[in-house]
Design a protein around this ligand. Structure first.
Ligand code: SAM
Length: 286
């Protein structure tokens, strides 16, 4: 359904390494005996300098409806809730959720984040949500696409992801990282990389570099059917080395669109606005 689900991709186990694969399991530093679970993408932030930098970027304030995905052992949870007083957390790991439930300042949703209805949560809170989290990298793209339809009930999102994924999210046309992910998120969010985080900031350390991205939903929502845009962008980037005449050309013909869209380019050269304009024509044929 979305660009990142199939095929080999960054995020499919990228955190990797350092888990209790060989020898005796080792408890996470300062984790009260907790052993990191690789299947839950558990790499816990332990560098206090980096944690402070991320919290500064988030800038939580009292009264805001902050929601943290994957609080884990509380590396971000603690300094964030100190500033905003109440915090909703979504945690899948039963043991970690049980620990978190002991804290009255936290509202714990023990669940797979992909099953949480954030539009409903925002309705219950009566305000827009501020989403934060050091995401489990194995499902980071599914989380981004789960949140995409809820962008209108979100103030902003600060997420730690694989650096490689963040590079693709923020890439501009002509850049080697400009891809389906860039277009499918940039049409709805303004995005910037706000903190770079090396592997040594985590326990266990991942094999890849990480970064925190700030995602702010655009105030003006483009008038486009996301499903049409998604299908079109998938076709366009299916063979990114070829000029679009060979890929998107056939799709345009199938849709019966009359357009002056320049098909002598590659998918990676086309600005988001032009993809949006083309997708909009599917519902408004000339
Ligand atoms: N926030 C902590 C930190 O920075 O140290 C932990 C981050 S760790 C990379 C990812 C966290 O997400 C873990 O606590 C893990 O148990 C949780 N998690 C993994 N899959 C999840 C899912 N599908 N839904 C909710 N939480 C999940």
């Amino acid at each position: 359904m979305h660009p990142e689900r199939s095929g080999k991709r960054p995020g499919s186990g990228g955190h990797g390494g350092g888990h209790s694969g060989q020898g005796r399991p080792r408890a996470v530093a300062g984790g009260g005996g907790h052993i990191a679970r690789k299947r839950f993408g558990q790499n816990f932030l332990v560098d206090q300098g980096v944690i402070a930098e991320i919290v500064r970027a988030i800038a939580p304030k009292p009264g805001e409806a902050l929601v943290e995905i994957g609080p884990g052992l509380g590396a971000l949870t603690d300094p964030v809730v100190e500033r905003c007083e109440k915090l909703t957390v979504v945690e899948l790991d039963r043991d970690l959720a049980a620990r978190l439930r002991k804290r009255p300042e936290l509202d714990v949703i023990e669940s797979d984040v992909l099953k949480v209805d954030f539009a409903q949560l925002a309705r219950e809170r009566g305000v827009k949500l501020r989403m934060i989290g050091n995401l489990p990298y194995n499902i980071s793209s599914p989380i981004l696409f789960h949140l995409l339809p809820c962008a209108d009930v979100v103030v902003d999102q600060h997420f730690m992801l694989q650096k490689e994924v963040v590079d693709r999210m923020v890439a501009t046309p002509g850049n080697k990282d400009y891809s389906r992910l860039s277009v499918m998120l940039q049409w709805r969010y303004d995005m910037e990389c706000v903190v770079d985080v090396p592997p040594g900031s985590f326990d266990p350390p991942p094999k890849v570099n990480s970064a925190v991205v700030r995602m702010t939903p655009l105030a003006e929502v483009p008038d486009v059917d996301p499903k049409v845009l998604e299908a079109m962008v998938a076709v366009a980037f299916s063979q990114r080395r070829k000029i679009l005449r060979h890929t998107l050309g056939a799709w345009i013909t199938q849709q019966g669109i009359t357009t002056d869209f320049d098909l002598q380019r590659r998918a990676e050269e086309v600005p988001v606005a032009e993809y949006l304009a083309l997708a909009a024509q599917v519902r408004k044929p000339a």
